[in-house]
Design a protein around this ligand. Structure first.
Ligand SMILES: Cc1cc2nc3c(=O)[nH]c(=O)nc-3n(C[C@H](O)[C@H](O)[C@H](O)COP(=O)(O)O)c2cc1C
Length: 301
């Protein structure tokens, strides 16, 4: 594929609504109409059979997506840019807010490792315990300014470059002591803020989580991991895989923290673009590449 950027350098293409962002590994990028790029991508993908189906293409072609991600990951190095005009956090459209108190751990870590199992339940857990457990995972213990003007946070969970670009959004369904709906958890301010997300959007997430966990209903506490890819990509232009690795670290830590707190939980492989309704409720502008990079379903033990 040729582009205004280069004829021979590897390119990464991100489709985002009407626009396609085409980037080289060294961080140059340009915007192109998504239609044109999508047609080219469809042509390439159209040559492949669906996974598990009859294939006339070499097996290696089926893993082209995996290869592209691995190539991108291998080329990931930080770049130092001047301070970004984007602020690390955008103001939320806040409704109710409640303070979060990080949980005090119980039991030894060895006990927690021995006890950990994925469990998919519908019994409502105590909302105070859920919030405290999540708060313990995302609490910003210390912070400073990085060399590019971004806030470098230190939390229980590691994050590439200390960016911590993933925020949990708790979708509560009949949780004792907490209003149904979406709650954004802020590890800097240690507070949960109710989000004004429409019913349809919430139901889509609940339905997807129920299907993923093979449950007749959604987990009573569904934690969506919403990533601001921009936070990581500004420092690591080919660092999309770092965001996914951050997501794995965060999901596993939440899962283990739930075990320690006596809560049942399961990591869910939900992912995809974040609908405009949720983006608007979060107050994050359209210059940011938001994505759902996983979820954790929590229920009462
Ligand atoms: C990245 C990831 C995605 C997962 N996605 C799902 C899922 O969508 N639905 C589900 O029921 N379990 C999911 N799981 C849980 C696995 O099914 C579970 O870890 C596996 O069956 C082993 O069971 P154990 O965790 O009790 O050892 C996921 C786990 C990981 C790490």
């Amino acid at each position: 594929m040729t582009s205004p950027l280069s004829d021979d350098r590897p390119l990464t293409v991100r489709l985002d609504g009407d626009q396609a962002v085409v980037s080289t590994d060294d961080g140059d990028s340009c915007l192109l109409p998504a239609d044109a790029i999508r047609a080219a991508v469809d042509r390439v993908l159209g040559q492949q059979a669906p996974l598990g189906g009859e294939s006339t293409t070499p097996a290696s072609a089926l893993s082209a997506g995996a290869r592209a991600v691995l190539a991108e990951a291998a080329a990931t190095v930080p770049v130092i840019r001047p301070p970004s005009p984007l602020s690390p956090r955008h103001p939320l459209r806040r409704h109710g807010t409640i303070p979060l108190a990080p949980a005090v751990g119980v039991g030894s870590f060895a006990d927690v490792l021995a006890a950990r199992r994925s469990s998919r339940g519908l019994k409502p857990p105590d909302s105070g315990l859920v919030l405290a457990t999540l708060a313990g995972c995302i609490h910003t213990r210390s912070a400073g300014l990085g060399d590019d003007g971004w806030v470098l946070r230190r939390r229980a969970v590691p994050s590439a470059g200390g960016r911590h670009g993933i925020d949990p959004v708790l979708v509560a369904t009949a949780l004792t002591g907490l209003l149904d709906g979406a709650w954004h958890l802020d590890g800097d301010l240690l507070q949960a803020s109710q989000l004004d997300v429409d019913r349809d959007t919430l139901e889509q997430y609940r339905t997807a989580a129920a299907a993923a966990a093979v449950l007749p209903g959604p987990p009573p506490a569904l934690v969506l991991l919403v990533a601001d890819f921009t936070a990581t990509l500004l420092r690591y232009p080919t660092g999309a895989s770092l965001v996914w690795r951050d997501a794995g670290a965060l999901a596993a830590t939440i899962h283990l923290a739930c075990t320690a707190a006596g809560l049942e939980s399961v990591v869910l492989g939900l992912g995809g673009l974040v609908p405009v309704q949720l983006r608007a409720a979060l107050g994050w502008d359209t210059t940011r590449h938001l994505g759902l990079v996983g979820a954790v379903g929590i229920s009462g033990g």
